[in-house]
Design a protein around this ligand. Structure first.
Ligand SMILES: *Cc1c(COP(=O)(O)O)cnc(C)c1O
Length: 454
């Protein structure tokens, strides 16, 4: 164990010099986004009002590798390479022959993987002359990561925070404010999108879809401003591939190349980032790693949703993307405590699942919190509830290995720590969490309301 750690912790040489774009290696290209008015493929021109040119170039890039600028690399070095840790305590508790490893992304300044793309996006916006970024945040991880990155590069930052979280997660708000951001509870009365929601329901607790609509509207109506997104899009998945590239080197160093790679999926960026470099190895015939995306039964976009064109936001203002979706008017139930609430899944990750190159499973939240507690008790680290979805499936895989009596290397993504999610743990400890399966009829009804494209 000690020898294993010495080999690579804090070795700067292990931070990749380039991000990996999986698009040119896929057996079929992903379907293009469509302009909702013309239903014609949306090109760079459709994206330029909201994103700066260098980000748009990455969004549509067909280059296999994109160099990480030195300025970004330098900031990555504050916490990267993130450690790859063997969960020996958890293995012992499970009495499994499997070896369980986790990539610990909770060591970043804001406490999650989201800093990997926040820093890159702030850098490119600065380079292209943006002075101010607008964004949305649900539980606050993305907003805090972007606030930190904007502070680093001297950009203003406006964050539309989903109202229910704004009140439930005051410390995330404090972090953003400490890093200089202007944080408001969405829906607000500052945008047309927000006012429309409030007119219908003055008590609205907000949703990620509503907050996205507000932030996009803000960006296009304020000079010098652009919009920034923390997941879902191709460029975000691209930036997150530092996770997978590091994990490949580290697992080779540890002589423990994974048989199974597991990650939670909300918008799909952290798992795309971990899994795509491993998928490259699979596609090149160098490995046969099983890739498993884990989602909550309360928001089962891949396992129960439709693979079809839908909007990225509640107000139906974004281009149409072909992706697994529950319908853009999906509202997460109040009882759901584990995050991962986005109505759809990254188009690139959706495409990979649809091609059969990645598996997906949905898990119930009480079972997720059970293993979150077990992980905290055996490994010391309190995981983000989102990350605990991956722990659930990693544990199930380890128990299966025990049943079958086979040794197997399991790697999962610990996307963040849970030190600011203790209210969810309180709900768990006091027995208030209930399981919820999003009803199929509701999904079907929502899908039926979508624009007919094909
Ligand atoms: C945002 C977040 C997620 C989900 O987002 P993805 O884009 O699917 O990665 C998972 N874990 C943590 C800790 C997060 O902050």
């Amino acid at each position: 164990m000690s020898e294993y750690k010495k080999k690579f912790v804090l070795d700067e040489e292990r931070i990749p010099k380039a991000w990996y774009n999986i698009v040119p290696d896929l057996p079929e290209p992903p379907a293009p986004p469509l302009n909702p008015a013309t239903l014609q493929p949306a090109g760079p021109d459709d994206l330029l009002p909201i994103f700066p040119p260098s980000i748009v170039a990455q969004e549509v890039s067909a280059e296999r590798y994109i160099e990480i600028p030195e300025e970004v690399h330098q900031i990555y070095r504050l916490w990267r390479p993130s450690p790859l840790i063997r969960a020996t305590g958890l293995e012992k508790a499970l009495d499994t022959p499997a070896r369980i490893f986790y990539k610990h992304e909770g060591v970043s300044p804001a406490g999650s993987h989201k800093c990997n793309t926040a820093v890159a996006q702030a850098y490119y916006n600065k380079l292209d002359g943006t002075t101010r970024l607008a964004t949305e945040t649900g539980a606050g991880q993305w907003g805090s990561a972007l606030s930190m990155a904007c502070q680093t590069f001297g950009l203003e930052c406006k964050v539309y925070m989903v109202k229910v979280s704004y009140h439930q997660k005051p410390y995330r708000r404090s972090m953003m404010q400490l890093w200089g951001a202007d944080v408001v509870a969405s829906p607000t009365d500052q945008t047309n999108a927000g006012r429309a929601v409030l007119a219908e329901d003055p008590e609205s607790l907000g949703s990620l879809g509503i907050a996205i609509s507000e932030a996009v509207e803000d960006a296009v109506t304020h000079p010098g401003s652009k919009y920034s997104l923390g997941s879902v899009t191709n460029h975000v998945l691209l930036h997150q591939t530092v996770i997978g590239e590091e994990a490949i080197l580290q697992s080779q160093d540890a002589d423990a190349y994974p048989n199974v790679v597991v990650g939670c999926v909300g918008g799909g960026s952290s798992f795309g980032g971990l899994a795509f470099p491993f998928l490259r190895e699979n596609l090149a015939g160098r490995a046969k790693t099983r890739l498993v995306a884990v989602e909550p039964t309360a928001c089962p976009s891949i396992t129960k949703g439709a693979f079809t064109y839908d909007f990225g936001d509640e107000a139906a203002t974004t281009p149409l993307f072909k992706m697994y979706t529950l319908g853009h008017d999906y509202m997460p139930p109040g009882i759901h405590a584990g995050g991962l609430r986005y109505h759809a899944m990254a188009p690139l990750l959706s495409h990979v699942c649809n091609l059969g190159l990645m598996d997906a499973v949905a898990v119930r939240q009480t079972k997720v919190f059970d293993v979150a507690a077990l992980f905290a008790q055996t490994e010391g680290i309190i995981p983000a509830p989102e990350s605990a979805h991956a722990i659930r499936v990693a544990v199930d895989e380890a128990l299966k290995a025990k049943e079958e009596g086979v040794a197997r290397n399991i790697l999962f993504n610990l996307t963040g720590h849970g030190l600011l999610d203790l209210s969810a743990y309180d709900a768990y400890l006091s027995g208030k969490l209930e399981d919820y399966d999003h009803p199929e009829e509701e999904i079907a009804a929502s899908i039926a309301r979508l624009p007919k494209v094909e």
